[in-house]
Design a binder for this molecule. Structure first.
Ligand SMILES: [Zn+2]
Ligand SMILES: [Zn+2]
Length: 340
């Protein structure tokens, strides 16, 4: 069996069996789905991307587990529910295949439902916002076309599928699974708790800080929401023994990981304030923070920088030096931020 790494198993304090299924969502991006067997529920949390070998690795992960009380391997048909942590394609892209082969009920948070059910429309909508954002960030036209081209390419990877319920329909609870909305990294991100285990998608990760994007591209994202969600999770997750993530290793000490992520963002905010001692663009800041990123990383880098600028601008700590042009024209143009 050719796993990108071996299948790991866990057990909750009340005896639910958990299987961590590894997939290569995109080249070099290791992503996990989780299969959980508890009472009469057979739940899959996230599905991988559907890209490349990802679906095949998901199928093999299920097949490595036997149906409860049987020596037959599990199949998509045996799933009762698919729970999506958030509307990023490396977590829901596999739905296209899963929903074709099973009657499992698919759930997602209401703020990310359209990412799955209105995929094409949302892509087009965000593309327009992204173009304006890149112009205002000071990205020159050739590089802008390159970044927008990468975004357009993502459009071909999925097509809309229906979902069966949103988590508020079930009062944020399914059997003994409990949900908490943690917007920031994604608008409708949830973390899911079962007994003493937490499934946290991309909200908290080891080794890397989860990607941030400015709220001007999608409502309910942005660094402000994200930092608030870290605080909410810290309070909510008391008694959690182990946190299982969408990427990277599991987290044993969630509180100290949350504090390290908060500290890193505070330091970055200070760096951003220092950078804007003299007026400059988000694009120049991105080069300073991340160097010359290529491929999809180029988009991620300029979103990350912009999320920090937006946070400070919204709080009046940065101002736009050339704001007066805005009053004369609605056409976007490069904005020069400076420290207030
Ligand atoms: Zn994500
Ligand atoms: Zn992810």
């Amino acid at each position: 069996m050719k796993f990108v790494q071996e299948l790991r198993t866990y057990e909750t304090s009340a005896g639910a069996k958990v299987y961590q299924i590894p997939m290569e969502a995109f080249p070099g991006l290791l992503t996990f789905a989780y299969l959980i067997l508890h009472q009469d529920l057979c739940v899959l949390i996230d599905t991988g991307s559907g890209y490349g070998e990802s679906n095949q690795q998901l199928v093999e992960g299920l097949q490595a587990v036997n149906k409860p009380g049987s020596s037959q391997p599990l199949k998509f048909e045996d799933l009762t529910h698919v729970l999506i942590t958030h509307g990023h394609i490396d977590h829901f892209g596999g739905l296209l295949e899963v929903t074709a082969l099973s009657d499992a009920l698919v759930g997602v948070h209401e703020l990310d439902r359209r990412n799955i059910t209105n995929y094409e429309e949302r892509r087009g909508f965000i593309l327009r916002r992204l173009e304006t954002y890149l112009i205002e960030a000071g990205v020159e036209s050739e590089r802008r076309d390159y970044i927008l081209g990468l975004y357009r390419y993502m459009k071909q990877l999925f097509q809309s599928v229906p979902v069966d319920f949103v988590y508020s329909d079930i009062n944020m609870q399914l059997g003994e699974f409990e949900f908490l909305h943690v917007p920031g990294h994604c608008a409708g991100h949830v973390v899911i708790r079962l007994h003493d285990l937490l499934f946290c998608g991309d909200h908290v990760l080891t080794d890397i800080t989860p990607h941030q994007s400015p709220e001007e591209l999608t409502h309910w994202t942005g660094l402000g929401h994200y930092l608030q969600s870290l605080d909410r999770l810290e309070e909510w997750a008391i008694g959690i023994r182990l946190t299982l993530c969408g990427h990277k290793r599991e987290i044993k000490d969630l509180t100290s990981r949350i504090n390290a992520i908060k500290k890193m963002h505070m330091q970055r905010l200070e760096t951003v304030m220092e950078f804007f001692e003299s007026p400059n663009t988000v694009n120049a800041l991105t080069d300073q923070l991340f160097g010359s990123a290529d491929g999809y990383d180029a988009l991620l880098a300029i979103e990350e920088a912009g999320a920090h600028v937006e946070y400070l601008f919204q709080r009046g700590m940065l101002t736009i030096e050339n704001y007066e042009q805005m009053e004369n024209s609605i056409e976007p143009y490069p904005l020069y931020y400076k420290r207030h």
